[in-house]
Ligand binder design. Structure first.
Ligand SMILES: Nc1ncnc2c1ncn2[C@@H]1O[C@H](COP(=O)(O)OP(=O)(O)OP(=O)(O)O)[C@@H](O)[C@H]1O
Length: 123
């Protein structure tokens, strides 16, 4: 019984820390703030153009992927700066890779946006 209680307490603690991380990235990362604004605009567009349940799901997945990778990118950048504050070609490469992951997700999110909205807006 005690073990079960401590398991749930442990999960609650993890959720609390994860929530703290989400608040921190929102407060400190300009690119994340921009992504939140874009996500809100896309959500408004979803209601305006009455997108289907499938389109909502895909749009939400695209938003979550971009924002999740942005958070991971920030964590990698911060860790790199902490571990090796000096300029180093390897650190540059690691940061470029992390940024590349966000970039790939953004490109595909834009394509998804075009696929969903171009037929509704222009046809
Ligand atoms: N310590 C370093 N050594 C070598 N190159 C670096 C180093 N720090 C940053 N760079 C290079 O500069 C780029 C930008 O790094 P930086 O940490 O400033 O991220 P950023 O794109 O400005 O992130 P953000 O705007 O999200 O804070 C990296 O992708 C990398 O190419």
């Amino acid at each position: 019984m005690d073990q079960k209680k401590s398991f749930f307490q442990g999960r609650l603690f993890s959720i609390k820390n994860a929530f703290k991380g989400a608040i921190l990235i929102f407060k400190t990362e300009t690119s994340f703030q921009v992504q939140v604004v874009v996500a809100i605009l896309m959500t408004i567009a979803g209601f305006v153009y009455e997108i289907s349940a499938t389109e909502w799901t895909i749009q939400l997945l695209a938003i979550a992927l971009v924002m999740g990778l942005e958070a991971a990118n920030t964590a990698i950048e911060d860790m790199a700066n902490f571990i090796h504050p000096e300029h180093h070609v390897e650190i540059g490469g690691i940061k470029d890779l992390a940024a590349g992951a966000v970039f790939i997700a953004v490109i595909f999110a834009i394509i998804i946006g075009f696929i969903i909205y171009i037929p509704k807006v222009f046809f």
